[in-house]
Design a binder for this molecule. Structure first.
Ligand SMILES: Nc1ncnc2c1ncn2[C@@H]1O[C@H](COP(=O)(O)OP(=O)(O)O)[C@@H](O)[C@H]1O
Ligand SMILES: [Mg+2]
Length: 356
């Protein structure tokens, strides 16, 4: 069973929302409704998040990301559609049941995490458990463990203003982790941080995720961040999801010009893998030359280094040593440069050079 599912979700602010949903379902866009004083924040969003996945929602400011997230945790009621959490329809729960689910199963981490200035780091991290009524000794032990996971061991007795911005954000993350909630909803959680600290936090989240295997919905306006973190990515534009797929899907097959314009700034060599750039060998690969080979998940950035050392196309092998494909250097360069057309021949002077 999927952990979380959005099923044709709509959120319309303003007058006559139901009428607006009908128009949107028939293909109307945001601008057509604006004239009526209606904002279509989220339009027909459907997706599935599997347990243990990081699902990223990426889009420019105003595209509807936060509204979508607030429907996922039941803070906002959808105008139409359903949210299924562990198969249960959140939209059909009573207020009381919804509050219980929200306080025990779902944790939110925001961009500007509001820490209580007059509480210690430990008390701040324990806050979610305090709200749940967990006794002091237990909540402090769990909060200390969560702080440790987030690299803040030793800071328990400090005050928030003694911590840097990045560390304060880690306290926010620790607070979310301390509650044992299996679903983490993170709204631009790292967006306010300096680039280096931000990268650090991304690494930390990926590291934590390997151990904790939470289900995470992560919102960002930064495609590089989306591609580093996301097992799957939904790209939003003007309230609609315009593409849903893995980082590689989006990079290799952008759904439209809008998505294509985003991927220009992405470091392709750190997203694409050997499996996505390899080709079938023309001749059965010489298996025994003893040269370096790579696995299918090797990043193109690392593949480049191998390719520079190996005198022929690099073989891609699975864990059992079977050859899955090969990567000629020309192909590698083509993919990094976003050039995936077939090779051409050109004439320079009297010489004809094949670009194969
Ligand atoms: N409570 C609200 N009332 C009216 N319009 C809203 C409300 N919340 C969000 N919106 C509008 O919905 C659209 C999507 O907003 P939001 O979900 O915050 O986008 P994002 O998080 O991607 O920046 C925006 O046009 C915003 O102005
Ligand atoms: Mg937002």
């Amino acid at each position: 069973m999927s952990r979380l599912q959005a099923d044709h979700l709509y959120k319309v602010f303003g007058r006559r929302p139901d009428e607006a949903v009908k128009k949107l379902a028939d293909g109307a866009d945001r601008d057509e409704l604006r004239a009526d004083g209606t904002t279509a924040a989220v339009i027909d969003a459907s997706f599935v998040v599997e347990p243990g996945q990081i699902f990223v929602v990426m889009g420019l400011s105003g595209s509807g990301k936060s509204t979508l997230l607030r429907m996922l945790n039941g803070l906002l009621e959808p105008t139409a559609g359903r949210v299924l959490f562990d198969g249960k329809d959140l939209t059909a729960l009573s207020h009381r049941d919804l509050r219980t689910v929200r306080s025990t199963k779902i944790s939110m981490v925001f961009q500007h995490f509001a820490l209580f200035p007059h509480r210690s780091v430990l008390e701040n991290a324990a806050y979610g458990l305090e709200v749940q009524g967990v006794p002091r000794a237990e909540r402090e032990a769990r909060a200390a463990e969560a702080l440790d996971l987030c690299g803040l061991a030793g800071w328990e007795k400090s005050w928030p203003d003694e911590l840097s911005g990045g560390m304060q954000q880690r306290v926010g993350l620790a607070r979310a982790l301390a509650t044992d909630a299996d679903l983490l909803l993170m709204d631009e959680s790292f967006s306010a941080l300096d680039p280096l600290i931000r990268r650090d936090m991304q690494d930390q989240l990926l590291e934590l995720q390997k151990r904790l295997k939470k289900t995470i919905v992560f919102i960002t306006h930064d495609l590089n961040e989306a591609m580093r973190l996301g097992d799957r990515i939904a790209v939003m534009r003007d309230g609609r999801i315009v593409q849903l797929g893995t980082a590689e899907d989006i990079l290799i097959r952008p759904a439209n010009d809008y998505v294509a314009s985003f991927i220009q700034d992405v470091d392709r060599s750190r997203v694409l893998t050997a499996a996505s750039v390899m080709t079938t060998p023309e001749h059965p690969a010489p298996d025994s030359c003893g040269c370096e080979t790579v696995g299918p998940d090797t990043l193109v950035a690392d593949l480049c280094a191998v390719s520079a050392r190996v005198p022929h196309p690099v073989a891609v092998k699975d864990a059992d040593g079977a050859v899955l494909g090969v990567v000629p250097q020309s192909r590698l360069i083509g993919f990094i440069g976003d050039e995936q057309r077939p090779p051409v021949a050109c004439a320079t002077g009297t010489e004809v050079i094949s670009h194969a």
